[in-house]
Design a protein around this ligand. Structure first.
Ligand code: PRT
Ligand code: ZN
Length: 294
């Protein structure tokens, strides 16, 4: 009989590792803390984790070694084979590992639009995504596939342009390159195979997804408390960012003032607090929200 435990593949060592493990831990999974092993077993939910190289995750799901995986959309799209008719399904975007796959050229090169790439050589580790982009834009160009340090290709005269991942832009800057065209926006996603999971595994996945949603909502939310004159409440409500109906509580021995409690689903900036204060709010507290279930 097949195991009823849900197996999730994660990147063993790299940019997505810590955030993937931390998200699962915040969803309540009790894992052994050592990272040296290839395998984690959650002690309080039927979930096992397999730690591997990110590039191996799609194949492990395709071969049914794992049910789910967490990878960058860039890796997923590079490995997706259109003839296989969507083997993978994006179950959830996870909000970390954000970057973009972009075309960059040496700073001194004139670049007006994508037609500037016609007949040019572009070096990349993402030949499939790049070829698809060029085809969609009807650009004939040469794609040179290299596996690492793509940013040095123009200096070595291996290419006229590059197509690589960018997050802060520092690597491009250090190599005298400028970003001229975004090809793909990417973040970490949880993926699964299109086929249905067993009843038990599906139940575990539903629990996990609900908790992930709660963790992600809580991460962005703040609990705001303050005192305010009753008469200022209509104006104050307009100032509260992304919030639902506030709870208004009367204060002991104080007829004209109330306490206001509200959950904001957005970041709360200093200028919002200053505006609240100008509108009459005082004793303002902004607290992080740890968990949320709607
Ligand atoms: O060993 P394994 O194969 O598992 O790891 P890996 O080396 O393939 O991947 P890793 O850990 O470098 O990245 C994993 C995933 O993180 C990627 O597939 C992306 O989805 C995501 N990610 C987010 C990034 C970046 N940001 C990023 N900045 N991956 C790579 N980079 C590199 C980029 O290639 C370039 O060299 O960082 C450099 C640019 O960064 P900036 O900040 O200078 O612009
Ligand atoms: Zn990799």
């Amino acid at each position: 009989m097949q195991s009823a435990r849900l197996v999730i593949a994660l990147q063993k060592k790299g940019r997505l590792s810590d955030d993937s493990i931390s998200l699962l831990q915040r969803c309540g999974l009790k894992l052994l803390s050592s990272k040296s092993s290839l395998f984690y077993s959650a002690q309080n939910l039927p979930i096992d984790l397999l730690l591997v190289r990110d590039d191996d995750i799609p194949a492990l799901i395709r071969d049914k070694v794992c049910d789910l995986g967490i990878i960058g959309e860039n890796v997923l799209h590079e490995q997706e084979n259109p003839s296989e008719e969507f083997v993978f399904e994006k179950v959830k975007k996870l909000g970390f590992g954000k970057c973009r796959l972009s075309i960059a050229v040496p700073k001194e090169v004139d670049f007006s639009d994508v037609t500037s790439l016609i007949d040019r050589k572009i070096a990349t580790s993402y030949p499939n995504i790049l070829q698809k982009f060029l085809k969609e834009n009807k650009i004939e160009a040469r794609v040179v596939t290299i596996s690492g340090s793509v940013e040095i290709a123009p200096r070595l005269k291996m290419s006229d342009a590059i197509c690589d991942l960018v997050s802060t832009g520092r690597t491009l800057e250090e190599n005298n390159l400028k970003e001229v065209q975004v090809v793909l926006e990417s973040q970490a996603v949880m993926i699964k195979s299109r086929g249905a999971l067993s009843f038990e595994k599906n139940k575990t996945l539903e629990i996990l997804l609900r908790r992930m949603e709660g963790v992600m909502q809580a991460q962005e939310s703040k609990y705001i408390l303050f005192h305010a004159p009753k008469s200022a409440i209509p104006e104050i409500r307009k100032l509260l960012p992304g919030s639902e109906s506030p709870t208004i509580i009367s204060l002991a021995e104080c007829d004209d003032k109330v306490a206001v409690h509200v959950v904001s689903r957005e970041a709360v900036f200093w200028d919002t607090l200053e505006k609240l204060r100008e509108a009459g709010a005082s004793a303002i507290l902004v607290l992080p929200v740890e968990k949320m279930m709607l």
